[in-house]
Structures are given as structure tokens and as C-alpha cells.
Design a protein around this ligand. Sequence first.
Ligand code: ATP
Ligand code: FE
Length: 351
Amino acid sequence: LTLLGIESSCDDTAAAIVRGKKILSSVVYGQTSLHADFGGVVPEIAARAHAEKLDLCIEEALKIAKVKLSGLDGIAVTAGPGLIGGVVSGVMYAKGIAAATGLPLIGVNHLAGHALTPRLTGRIAFPYLMLLVSGGHCQFLIVEAHDSYKRIGGTIDDAPGEAFDKTARILGLPQPGGPAIEEVAATGDPGRFPMPRPLLGQEGCDMSFSGLKTAILRARDAVVAEKGGLTPQDQADLAAGFQDAVTAILTEKTRRALTVYLESAPKRPAFAVAGGVAANGPIRDSLQALCKEMKTQFTAPPAALCTDNAAMIAYAGQQRLAAGQTDDMQLSARPRWPLDEDAAPMLGSGK
Ligand code: ATP
Ligand code: FE
């Protein structure tokens, strides 16, 4: 099956063509520069930029893949969760193409896109334990099928990606914060500014990250009060302290989630990490080491497919299409859409 995927739920406009597990094209137009002056993604600006860029983006994806609309089997589009204006832009566009061509329309949960990417890029069988860690989410899921997810824990406040972005802002580093922090942290001393590790000692797989940004803010202010500003080394040390704490929390809680998952005695235990923060080298390395210790297969998609893209939407749509789970013109955009209620087909239509 060959599908066009369309993604516009946050600040990336993306289109891709995927055939089976082959990514024929994956085009991503970022909006970082449009939001740079505002300290975060501005929904109205994002929606307008999506509406403007979708045309070009889809045309480019088709051209690179050397596929015509008539060569497609379906149109997959992110129907949520995300910024509603952007999601609506994508859904309207997909409906337009579906109506014009008669191709099946498939609404995809953005989080299912992230959660299934390890199967697109690697060999991993259901059921696997997934850490989905991104700009807006952080959760442990037992992925039983493309449309069956069991949540066994997650953040009780901020998502780590959001914490990376806020920390970068506090340290005067560019957006998106994740790659910027990872880069400077490489030369930093994580021991100079020890950061709190909330909930680490507590039972269960829940996590908390909101205390970290307060801690970073305090540590920065203390340095600024003493020296009048931050040197590049101060930035690097603060970034390293922050990244080290996030890594420790994610790793320790993954240990617990793995323990829960392994109790279900899977035949071939497997763990996958995905979402934007899974692009982080030290976090991947730490999780990989843990999996080795716990004799569990480790999978992480290449960094470019951890952050938002449309190949994951096309692939998730392909799974739904293969299972006969298509949508009609009633498909609506959903700002909120938890994955663990995704088991029933046609949920994308709100039915
Ligand atoms: P969600 O998927 O939860 O709806 P989103 O789509 O905005 O949110 P993603 O695109 O999946 O999020 O991930 C973006 C986040 O990943 C940003 O917060 C960004 O800072 C973070 N990120 C990207 N690369 C890295 C990295 N190398 N290290 C840490 N964080 C990273
Ligand atoms: Fe995402």
C-alpha cells in the first residue's frame, strides 16, 4: 500500500509518501523562525503557515517520490492531538484530495505516528514497551497492536521536550531547545549544578519535570548575581546538569516500566523510544544500556524520524487502511486524543 501522509499538528508542516516500509519521500517545513520572537509557538501564526505551505509540501513529496495521486491507495492525515488550527488545516486539505480523487481518507492520531515509527524503521514485534517522549507528551505505553495501547505511567506535569525548550530559553540558547542543549551539554560538567530528580524514589512509573526549570532558573540567577552574566562554560555546565537529570529520571522510570512489562512474560521482550526527545544521544545511550542490562531488545528510530514528520503518519495510516479503518468526510480535528482510547476503529470521526 502506498499512502500520502500529512502532518500539521504543531510547528512543522510535513508531507510524505510511504510504500510498505519504504519512505519514498519525507518533506518537513519547520516554522521555528516564524515563532522566534515570541518565546513559543503562536497558534494563529502556525495555522496560517500550515495553510500556506501544505500545497507546496505535498507537491514536493509526490515529486520526490515520483508518485502521482492516481498511484496512491489512501490519504492519511493527523487528526489530533495538537494545535487545533493546524490540525484543521491538514484535515481540510486531506478531505479535499480524498473528495477529488475518491481515495480513502484515514485520520491518524499523531501519537500513534510516533509510537509506530520504531516498526517503520526497525524490526520490532508487538507487544513492546514504548517510551513516548516529545514536546507535549511523556508516557509509557504497552503497544499491543497498531490500534491498541495500554498506558502504564507518564509525566504528572510537563513533558521533557517542553522542559528542554524552556531551559534553553532560560540559558539564552536557541529553539528548539533539545538539540541546542544537547550540543552545549557535551562540553559541560553535569556535577557542577546538581539538579533535583523528583519522584525518583517513589513507586510506580510516573514522572515529574516541572521542578527542573525552577531549579535551572535559580541556578542561573545565582551565577548571574555573582558574575553579571553566563559564560559559555556556565551555559554548558547548566545544560549538562539539566540533561543529566532528565536522563536519570527517564532511565530509572523506564527500569520500573520494563519490570511491569516483563511481568507479562513477552516472548521476545522489546523496548522502543520515540518522539522528539528520543533524538537525544545521551538519553538513547542510557536507555540502550538499561535494555542490555535487562535483556530486552532496544529500538530507536533515526533522529529525523523521532521529531515530527509525515512518514510516521503515512505509515500509521497504512496500518489503519490495511485493517479497514478508514474515515469519511465527517472526520473531525481533535485537540485532545489520548492514545489508550484508540482501540475502537473510526474514533477519528468522533464516532
Ligand atoms: P507531541 O508529539 O507531544 O504532540 P511535538 O510534536 O511538538 O509534541 P516532537 O516534534 O515530537 O514534539 O518533539 C519536539 C520536541 O523534541 C521539542 O521539545 C524539542 O526540543 C525536542 N527535541 C528535539 N531534538 C532533541 C534532542 N536532540 N534532545 C532533546 N530534545 C530534543
Ligand atoms: Fe510530535
